[in-house]
Design a protein around this ligand. Structure first.
Ligand SMILES: [Zn+2]
Length: 133
């Protein structure tokens, strides 16, 4: 990938990172407010606790899901910026091939080419999040 292109994606990723950061406080306070009364201190378990409450679970799960997604997205965006620094941006972490430019346009933070993302989605591999790809 050419430097000019990398710079374009870098700018886009930085914008995404800034936006995610500014969105986060609202999403977090929503999720915490709705979970109040049943916070065990383990944030990663919030969605499961919410599901156990039995009331208004849909809304609560939505907020918790948004929060988890925003967090995950922040991590992915930061990792993509790292890859630009390392010079590995745009290469699939699974098979090493170039990720299509059309795909990077849509999801510049992706680690995987479309083929690997789809096969992971089909296999339902744990730890792999097709919704982000
Ligand atoms: Zn691949």
């Amino acid at each position: 990938m050419q430097r000019k292109e990398q710079e374009k994606y870098r700018q886009r990723l930085l914008e995404m990172a800034a936006r995610l950061k500014s969105d986060e406080p609202g999403v977090i306070s929503d999720a915490l407010r709705q979970a109040s009364g049943d916070i065990s201190g383990n944030i990663s378990n919030v969605p499961m606790h919410l599901a156990d409450l039995g009331t208004d679970t849909f809304e609560q799960e939505m907020s918790a899901g948004l929060l988890a997604n925003a967090r995950q997205l922040q991590i992915e965006v930061a990792a993509a910026l790292d890859r630009i620094e390392q010079g590995t941006f745009g290469k699939c972490e699974q098979c090493g091939r170039d990720i299509g430019e059309g795909r990077l346009e849509v999801v510049p933070y992706t680690r995987y080419c479309i083929d690997c993302a789809q096969s992971a989605e089909n296999e339902g591999e744990t730890g792999f999040q097709p919704t982000l790809l």
